[in-house]
Design a protein around this ligand. Sequence first.
Ligand code: SF4
Length: 412
Amino acid sequence: MKDDSPQANGEEPPSGDRCQALKEFHSAGRGFWHDVSDADWNDWRWQLKHRITTPEQLQRLMPTLTPEEFAGAKLANHKLALAITPYFFNLIDPADEHCPIRLQVIPRIEETHTAPWEMSDPCGEDSHSPVPGLVHRYPDRVLFLVTDRCAAYCRYCTRSRLVSNASGYDFHPESDRQIAYIEKHPEVRDVLLSGGDPLLLSDEKLENLLSRLRAIPHVEFLRIGSRIPTFLPQRITPGLCAMLKKFHPLFMSIHSNHPRELTTEVRDALGRLADAGIPLGNQSVLLKHVNDDAEVMKAHVQKLLMCRVKPYYLYQCDLISGSAHLRASVRQGIEIMTQLRGHTTGYAVPQYVIDAPGGGGKVPINPEYVLSHNADRVLLRNYEGKIFEYPEAPDGTPLSKPPKEIEEPQLV
Ligand code: SF4
């Protein structure tokens, strides 16, 4: 029988159907590793040991590798290493050069094209580092770089100068100085463990570090930033979750950019973390051809909620050297936010931010909802584009007069 579906005709499915299809959960499957035992496949150390790390391996597993990708992969280990877990590799569509998973982890020669405004440390972290491996940028919290390794390497990584074994350590060699700094600074009430990926440490090492931090009386709150739940869900073992739950309040920020990353394996891993009482947030980076599309983003944020994860930040891609081919415009970012806010659950809407180049910190970027703000009124635009007036007395006290909808907006 003739298949008349839009897909069979090479057309895009209608947008609602596309969003629904993206929200379906699938397993990553076994792919080339169908002969591997369940015990090995589900063992995170096996996954790490069998990562794809050379251009030759990549080409053997994916003969559709383009010349730009092969050239990028050959140069990768001089800069940001190539590493992809077998699990995550199975999410790549080898037939699609613009596959959103492929673009995130397979190097391209464009990484060597740099613009004068691009930087190796775009967030100015090094200039806010009182001790090696510790960034104290904001008043009451610090970023604690635990390791210089990740399960796989994102081609747009803001810390590419530090990760992929750039410094040759597993556990940060300055960890005693990092902890001593926090002990001496009572204003530090929040410690974010990141890297590199803290969940690459063994349970024992991580427990030791968390115990030392928890013993500092003024540290109220611990956070872990990790891409492991999406790159290597096998690492989220019951043992790890049981250990983490001893250190509450402990939050986790995961990193996922596209709904296809949210597989059944990832959903189950996130469920284990949530069951351990760990509040989960997601950080996405706005990336060209990956998620710079309102329908894809909507499917992603809704699917995150289905995985018990609150979409937390959407980052404008930092001005990291060699990332122009992956950078979407701020205009697109604002347009996507306009299409999310009010059009879906408030919990699903992340805060779009630009990390101000050079170390200015995160600046929230919002579509324009306040059209004017005079002494006696605020003019507002709602998500449907309708204009409303909120009256206000000159001293800031709201008036009793009810706000009204303005039919024909007269913008001031
Ligand atoms: S997991 Fe995080 S630190 Fe590691 S390469 Fe990706 S963005 Fe960079």
